[in-house]
Ligand binder design. Structure first.
Ligand SMILES: NC(=O)c1ccc[n+]([C@@H]2O[C@H](COP(=O)([O-])OP(=O)(O)OC[C@H]3O[C@@H](n4cnc5c(N)ncnc54)[C@H](OP(=O)(O)O)[C@@H]3O)[C@@H](O)[C@H]2O)c1
Length: 330
């Protein structure tokens, strides 16, 4: 197969097109002829040497793919209602930057009706992550308010649309007026340019002093103190990345006085069983919304897979709004 290999760790140029033996699906797995591979910030961290694949995962980067099923465990596929020749997308723990990819059957979903392979490849990583953290861990409910840091990120555009579809009020932060506008166009109720104003003061003002019920944080560092300060009673802070640093100092008395929960997670090392359960929730509650066009993929740029280095440069430039996708279609 063709694959984008990591020739060491460092600048985007370490991503190079090469040849690898075709992967073989084992028990509970299927093989996908990949048409498109999603690009995510964790791929950038892996390229730089800060995010090693979990034990047993492919050393190739790439956490999500879309394409056609070409082989697999027939019994497992029958139970999951998947078949040879079907168009699918899948969450994988590595190996997505290749034109063949093995995926666990339980982490593979049909392409939602009406979506292209490019669009489908943009879904798994952010939809699994947002569902798991915002709804399962933080328990966001209809009528509550969610503050999303980085609203224009791949994660952010998914979180905005899912939270709105589930009946929440959404406040986002973003680093420019254009990005704020894009978040509002996707359905966010309020957008705060975090470079122009203090998001915690704004969140308190926008909620009439009550505070927000849930914060989805991809910054951490000195954001944690401000997030704790603008959480409502029984509020939940869920940390999914530490772009702003790992150390945090905050007023711990607020945690007890307001009964706050501070939590977080990383998806990649979790078990197939855990991810399969998320896939079932997405199939039941979210895929129908995608098929109906109530939630839509947000694709910023599509590049040929051989230009993976350019895709990473684009992501690190922070110019994008939504997702960057690699295409294997010639
Ligand atoms: N825990 C997990 O399981 C998991 C899974 C997937 C992704 N992640 C993490 O989630 C984050 C988003 O991933 P992605 O693939 O969607 O990446 P992405 O599209 O590149 O987004 C990165 C975002 O971080 C925002 N950001 C950086 N500094 C900020 C700050 N000080 N305040 C507010 N926003 C800030 C950027 O916003 P501006 O451009 O507006 O500055 C940008 O939108 C990454 O950190 C990634 O590692 C975690």
């Amino acid at each position: 197969m063709q694959a984008i290999e990591l020739k060491g760790h460092g600048a985007p140029e370490v991503l190079q097109l090469g040849q690898r033996p075709d992967p073989v699906p084992g028990a509970g797995e299927l093989l996908i002829r990949v048409m498109a591979s999603g690009v995510n910030r964790p791929d950038v961290l892996q390229r730089k040497g800060f995010y090693a694949p979990p034990p047993g995962a492919s050393d190739l980067p790439g956490l999500e793919v879309a394409g056609t099923v070409v082989a697999g465990d027939a019994a497992a596929m029958a139970v999951a209602g998947l078949s040879l020749g079907q168009r699918v997308c899948a969450l994988v723990s590595g190996g997505g930057y290749a034109d063949l990819c093995v995926a666990p059957v339980g982490q593979t979903l049909p392409v939602p009706a009406g979506l292209s392979d490019i669009e489908a490849a943009s879904l798994p990583e952010t939809f699994f992550t947002v569902w798991s953290n915002v709804f399962d861990r933080a328990g966001l409910k209809a009528g509550e308010t969610l503050l999303i840091q980085g609203g224009s990120s791949g994660i952010g555009v998914t979180a905005i649309q899912l939270a709105k579809a589930m009946g929440a009020t959404v406040i986002v932060t973003a680093g420019s007026a254009d990005k704020c506008q894009a978040c509002l166009a996707l359905g966010a109720d309020f957008a705060i340019d975090y470079k122009q104003s203090d998001f915690a003061a704004e969140a308190l003002r926008l909620t009439g002093g009550k505070g927000v019920d849930v914060v989805l944080d991809m910054v951490a560092g000195d954001y944690v103190a401000r997030e704790v300060s603008c959480l409502a009673e029984d509020g939940r802070l869920v940390i999914i990345a530490v772009q702003g640093g790992v150390g945090a100092s905050f007023d711990a008395s607020l945690v007890l006085r307001r009964r706050l929960v501070i939590t977080g997670s990383t998806l990649r090392p979790r078990s197939v069983g855990f991810k399969t359960a998320i896939a079932r929730s997405l199939t039941d509650k979210v895929w129908p919304l995608l098929a109906a066009g109530r939630i839509r993929p947000v694709i910023h740029t599509v590049l040929p897979a051989a230009e993976a280095a350019a895709a990473h440069r684009l992501m690190e430039s922070n110019q994008h709004i939504g997702k960057i996708v690699l295409s294997w279609q010639v």
